[in-house]
Design a protein. Structure first.
Length: 283
């Protein structure tokens, strides 16, 4: 399904992994999705899968694609259900009991801020909330139980698939790929790479309420003789449209870049409550 929609979009494709993430979340929103509790209940799973296969085969027929085999899909997923059944639990209750015992819980985001379905570079996003708030909605732990939000960033910018990447640079991409870095975790595709984008980082900090930051790739700059940083968006638009300019990177806007011949400048990131300030050594 995912692949057929990408084919239909042609040059306007999103660049999805084609692993069915979008259709799965679409079913969730339409209230027709199959859940783990259904997977471990053989009779209920069979009934629900029969309906979904009929529905999806009609859509695939309209695309001119090969229909799905109910038996093949059913047998594969029932085997998975039998394997997973011993590990299935009410995770909301499990987590709340851990909180009551005073245990430490770490929620780790798997994707960047700008892939968030609500706050990202829509439509070039994933299908879920990848920002800090998603930890609450995805786990069932209420916001007042969250003690700290830590942002993790790279010393440069990357993305997989289509969508805006205003600081994209072939030189840094070639360097990183030659080091064996920056390939997609799911598909193995080379990630698109660019210079550090302070505008995007500032916006990500605002959306997530990051109280501190950690950089995991600053060592890369050791091999770079000159680095550039996007420090501002120059636009004739009003301040009210700044958020839109950040997310969509309209053709009416241009990046203000600053070069640093000796590598990355000293960047200090401080947390004050829920507001993160980025202090740059620019003079």
């Amino acid at each position: 399904m995912d692949e057929q929609r990408e084919i239909l979009k042609g040059k306007n494709k999103i660049g999805t992994t084609k692993r069915g993430i979008g259709p799965a979340y679409g079913d969730k929103a339409a209230r027709t999705g199959l859940r783990v509790i259904d997977l471990v209940n053989p009779e209920r799973f069979r009934r629900q899968l029969e309906f979904k296969i009929r529905e999806n085969n009609e859509i695939l027929k309209a695309f001119g694609a090969k229909p799905l085999s109910f038996k093949t899909v059913h047998d594969q997923y029932r085997a998975a259900g039998d394997y997973l059944k011993p590990f299935v639990a009410n995770t909301v209750v499990l987590l709340h009991e851990a909180v009551q015992r005073g245990e430490d819980i770490l929620f780790e985001g798997a994707q960047g801020t700008f892939l968030d379905i609500d706050h990202g570079t829509y439509p070039f996003v994933t299908s879920s909330n990848t920002t800090a708030g998603g930890a609450c909605t995805g786990s069932g732990i209420p916001p007042h139980r969250m003690d700290r939000v830590v942002g993790v960033m790279k010393a440069y910018t990357t993305r997989v698939g289509e969508g805006p990447l205003p600081t994209e640079n072939a030189e840094i991409a070639d360097m990183l790929h030659a080091m064996g870095r920056e390939f997609g975790a799911t598909t193995g595709r080379p990630r698109r790479c660019g210079w550090f984008d302070a505008v995007a980082t500032r916006h990500a900090c605002m959306v997530n309420g990051s109280m501190s930051w950690r950089s995991r790739t600053s060592m890369v700059w050791i091999q770079s003789k000159r680095s550039k940083f996007a420090l501002a968006i120059v636009t004739a638009q009003s301040a009210a449209s700044m958020c839109r300019m950040i997310l969509r990177r309209s053709s009416a806007a241009s990046q203000f870049m600053r070069s640093f011949p000796d590598g990355a400048p000293r960047l200090t990131m401080r947390g004050s409550g829920k507001i993160c300030r980025l202090k740059r050594a620019l003079t």
